[in-house]
Structures are given as C-alpha cells and as structure tokens.
Ligand binder design. Structure first.
Ligand SMILES: Cc1cc2nc3c(=O)[nH]c(=O)nc-3n(C[C@H](O)[C@H](O)[C@H](O)COP(=O)(O)O)c2cc1C
Length: 162
C-alpha cells in the first residue's frame, strides 16, 4: 500500500481543531470568572483565563472582563492588542462592573472595536458592591438574577450560532 501522502486528519482530530466556541476571561476577584463559567457551561465548553491559548480555529470567541476605575485591566488591553483575528470568526463580549454609571456596559465592546474587532453581540452584568475586592469582599458569588442573565445570553448565542 502506497503511503506517499500524509493521511487526512481523523474526524475527532479535525473537530478538535475547529472549535465552535471558546470562552476566555480576565477576572481579578472572581465575578467575571463566575459569569464566564455559566456562559461556557451553557455552550458546552470550559471557560479559561486569558493565558490559556486559543484552539487553532474557533467559530465564536467570547471574551469577558470587568471595569476597574472606569477602565479595563491592562491584561485585557494587552490581550486585545495581541489577539490574532485569524483564530476566530465572530467575537462576542461579556463584562461585569459594580455600577451602571459611566457607560460601563459599552466600555469593553468599544475597546474591542478600537482594536479593530467587530463585536457581534455583548452583555453586561452588574454586581453592585458584591465581590468588590477593595471593600474586602470575595467575588464569584452569583445571585439568581445574574445566573439567569448569563444563561439567557448564552442561550441567545447558541440560538444564533448553533
Ligand atoms: C479596584 C476596583 C475598581 C473598580 N472600579 C469600578 C468602576 O470604575 N466602575 C464600576 O462600575 N465598577 C468598578 N468596580 C467593580 C468591579 O467592576 C466589579 O466588582 C467586577 O465584577 C469585578 O470583576 P472581577 O471580580 O471579575 O474582577 C471596581 C472594583 C475594584 C476592585
């Protein structure tokens, strides 16, 4: 039997290279991580922090972050600066903050756009003082409303992208 040509990748291997969803987040105190985990679980994948490399190609990349002193964390800004657009087709943003003043919901999608990315959809979830690190409060404890918001958002994504 001639073996001049490399074998085509097996199905399971191809599936691994072409991921439908990838969820990445930056979270200083656990709130955004907890939201990322709800969203990822609804989409049937795992949520990872930004330092976990993306698969070779992802259909829909979801990136999460939070607002600190009216800005995004440097880690997240660096991520956008270095993010390779050939690794994914669609970008979706989710973010968290303490309050709704100062346009917090629009901030992260805007930063992504400023880095040249098209944002297909976004959601922003408010935490008030809950899990506010500066106040000595441990993050990551979601209430029912926050869980429902994250699930509804993920369901919307799943309905749009299959
Ligand atoms: C140092 C610090 C600064 C913050 N600044 C803001 C702010 O400017 N506006 C706001 O709405 N929330 C602010 N927050 C609240 C966070 O955005 C909120 O707790 C968020 O969910 C934190 O996400 P994380 O737990 O994933 O780090 C701040 C929190 C910290 C600890």
């Amino acid at each position: 039997m001639c073996s001049c040509y490399p074998a085509a990748p097996r199905k399971a291997h191809r599936k691994k290279l072409l991921m439908k969803y990838a969820v990445r987040y930056h979270s200083n105190n656990g709130n955004t991580k907890a939201i990322a985990e709800v969203i990822a679980s609804q989409l049937g994948v795992e949520a990872h922090s930004l330092d976990v490399p993306l698969p070779k190609h992802t259909e829909v990349l979801l990136i999460g972050g939070a607002i600190y002193a009216l800005k995004l964390d440097k880690t997240l800004l660096n991520y956008f600066e270095n993010l390779d657009p050939s690794l994914f087709n669609k970008l979706i943003i989710f973010s968290t903050s303490g309050g709704s003043i100062f346009e917090t919901a629009a901030r992260m999608p805007r930063v992504a756009q400023e880095h040249g990315f098209t944002v297909e959809d976004s959601c922003h979830i408010l935490f008030g003082a809950s899990g506010h690190k500066k106040l000595g409060l441990k993050g990551g404890k979601l209430n029912e409303k926050q869980i429902a918001e994250a699930k509804t958002f993920a369901e919307k994504i799943a309905a749009a992208y299959g």
